[in-house]
Design a protein around this ligand. Structure first.
Ligand SMILES: [Zn+2]
Length: 252
């Protein structure tokens, strides 16, 4: 956050260039897609598209949103500035968020994903720094089409026909032949490693996510649970109770 880009002046030509984010991602087994400043709620973030080697996400890459101390619109070498921004930084406020289109974009009150996303980005802005990773693993990794089948089961429908039993969200995944949680955090860990972050303060209540990131070499200095009082619907509260039964830790 405090490291400034050294730039690539004429004097450095012929010398060994510092690695750009493209090269650092490649070293971490990831493929850089593109990067640009984006304006969110009147503030400038950097958005980087990436995928794991072997992934074919096409026009829907994973996205990393970076909020930092520098004026991104004035940097001369964006790819270098991204590589330098969090290099060596401790306790970087970080959210590893898996896509939930209905919650993130449509205000779904079936879960707390949208709240988590909004609160995490607001916290990064107020602390003037953070990394928000948006991973394309909708529906805990089963994809949008399967998620619709899972939601139908949760509302008591099976292939359009009303049944007596309403599945919980965990039961629905299992009934469709999936694990309760199919997500992977390897791409997220690779991105954080490529940024050279020394340690993260992770916005999560999910010990499994912390464990997976630590296994992949990320030092998690602490976990932060963000929530809004009274903001959850009955349906979202039921899902949170399921998460607690699966070992999630919330300070609410
Ligand atoms: Zn959700």
């Amino acid at each position: 956050m405090t490291t400034q880009s050294t730039g690539t002046s004429d004097a450095t030509i012929g010398a060994k260039f510092p690695m750009t984010i493209i090269e650092k991602l490649s070293d971490a087994g990831l493929r850089f897609i593109s990067a640009s400043p984006v304006e969110l709620q009147r503030r400038i973030w950097i958005c980087v598209g990436f995928e794991e080697e072997g992934e074919r996400l096409g026009q829907h890459p994973h996205l990393a949103f970076l909020y930092g101390g520098r004026d991104w619109l004035r940097v001369h070498d964006l790819h270098q500035a991204i590589a330098d921004e969090f290099s060596g930084a401790e306790n970087v406020l970080t959210r590893v968020h898996s896509e939930c289109l209905l919650g993130d974009a449509f205000g779904s009150t079936m879960c707390d994903c949208g709240d988590q996303m909004r609160l995490a980005m607001e916290e990064m802005e107020s602390q003037r720094g953070g990394v928000f990773l948006y991973l394309r693993q909708e529906g805990r990794g089963i994809g949008m089409s399967n998620k619709l089948d899972a939601l139908a089961l949760q509302y008591g429908f099976c292939q359009g026909e009303r049944k007596h039993h309403r599945h919980s969200s965990d039961e629905a995944n299992l009934a469709l032949g999936f694990a309760i949680d199919e997500r992977s955090y390897n791409g997220a860990a690779g991105f954080l490693n490529a940024l050279g972050i020394a340690s993260v303060q992770l916005i999560t209540g999910n010990p499994g996510k912390i464990g997976d990131l630590e296994t992949a070499g990320i030092r998690v200095s602490s976990a932060l649970d963000l929530w809004t009082k009274g903001g959850s619907s009955e349906r979202a509260t039921a899902e949170i109770e399921e998460k607690v039964a699966r070992g999630y830790i919330y300070q609410r």
